[in-house]
Design a protein around this ligand. Structure first.
Ligand code: HEC
Ligand code: HEC
Ligand code: HEC
Ligand code: HEC
Ligand code: HEC
Length: 210
């Protein structure tokens, strides 16, 4: 066997090994992808490229949405409601200042928080995190804890309720005692309709649906 021959054989062997290796990588990738898509592995949230429904990256996401499960909200900063009620003496609508005026209560901007936190508790980690959002001109990505799937087509408006002096706690529980806001009340249709019936408020479908 001359050198020329040996070199080609070595090349062929290398090519074969590369082929086997690539095949194995593909198989593993396929198996992992399949696991993600059928929801057997935990970190499926970021999604794979296997599309089961146009709106969901994975079957798991589609199923979770269909069953109405919501993942535990993970807030960017552990905002303590109780502290602001007991130590900063703020009322709900000082921060959620849309509630009396329109449909949305509104989450206050970081600019509002910094009115106090340029000076208050600046040595604490959550406040340093808050300040870094402010410095970058970003809002902390607060996760919503209430709300419905868009398919339920529910229309809600805070203002008419606040005008009738219905306490926030009727629909949100006692937020003054919460550290991080938690979903305390189930906003089912019967919850809404029962109170509308008691108060001679409209129970026409189009009052709450669009
Ligand atoms: C009117 C002033 C005021 C405003 C406005 C305010 N806070 Fe505070 N905040 C306080 C006070 C007072 C404390 C308690 C400080 C202490 O424990 O010494 C506090 C505490 C905190 C803490 C707990 C810090 C720790 O770990 O001990 C966080 C987090 C926080 N605020 C976030 C926010 C965010 C987010 C906003 C805006 C949505 C905000 N605050 C708006 C006054 C304010
Ligand atoms: C200092 C400002 C501040 C005050 C005062 C305040 N909140 Fe909040 N609230 C926030 C921030 C910031 C969030 C977002 C973080 C979170 O959900 O924990 C929030 C979230 C909420 C949520 C969750 C909404 C959703 O769907 O995600 C409810 C409900 C709520 N607040 C009700 C109240 C009520 C009721 C009061 C009065 C007892 C109140 N808040 C007082 C700042 C405030
Ligand atoms: C009659 C029931 C009801 C009352 C009373 C009520 N809420 Fe709500 N709130 C809701 C519902 C339902 C949602 C979810 C609406 C949606 O996602 O479209 C909500 C959402 C919110 C949110 C998050 C979304 C947003 O609108 O900004 C905040 C914050 C909030 N409420 C604060 C308050 C505060 C503060 C009060 C008292 C001043 C209050 N709510 C009174 C039913 C109520
Ligand atoms: C604690 C009692 C109570 C609860 C709970 C309640 N509502 Fe209401 N709602 C009222 C009353 C009273 C009015 C009438 C206000 C008025 O016309 O002065 C009203 C008015 C409304 C309006 C405005 C109707 C109009 O004519 O503009 C909408 C929309 C609405 N409610 C949706 C809802 C939804 C959706 C829920 C459930 C998440 C809900 N409400 C829960 C008492 C309640
Ligand atoms: C006072 C408010 C209110 C009125 C009036 C109302 N609904 Fe609802 N409805 C709701 C809320 C809130 C939900 C969302 C429940 C959830 O997702 O858990 C809902 C959910 C539904 C759903 C299920 C949608 C889904 O896929 O989640 C249907 C169907 C429905 N309503 C039909 C009606 C019809 C028909 C009427 C008139 C007879 C009506 N509703 C009147 C508040 C109302």
């Amino acid at each position: 066997m001359n050198n020329e021959h040996k070199r080609t054989r070595r090349k062929r062997l290398a090519a074969l090994l590369m082929g086997v290796f690539a095949g194995a990588v593909l198989l593993i990738a396929f198996a992992v992808g399949g696991r993600v898509a059928t929801g057997q592995s935990a970190p499926a949230r970021s999604g794979s490229d296997s599309v089961f429904s146009p709106a969901h990256a994975t079957f798991r996401e589609a199923l979770v949405h269909f069953l109405g499960w919501r993942p535990e909200p993970e807030q960017p900063i552990p905002f303590p409601h109780r502290t602001h009620f007991e130590e900063a003496f703020l009322g709900c609508t000082d921060c959620h200042n849309g509630a009396a005026r329109g449909p949305i209560a509104r989450i206050p901007s970081v600019v509002f928080c910094m009115d106090c936190h340029f000076d208050i508790a600046t040595d604490r980690e959550p406040i340093q995190l808050l300040t870094s959002y402010y410095d970058r001109g970003q809002e902390p990505p607060w996760e919503r804890i209430y709300g419905w799937n868009p398919e339920a087509h529910v229309r809600f408006n805070h203002a008419p309720h606040v005008r009738r002096d219905i306490e926030c706690s009727v629909c949100h529980g006692d937020v003054t005692q919460m550290i991080v806001a938690e979903p305390a009340v189930d906003h089912t249709m019967s919850f809404c309709v029962a109170c509308h019936e008691q108060n001679q408020a409209s129970i026409d479908c189009v009052t709450c649906h669009y």
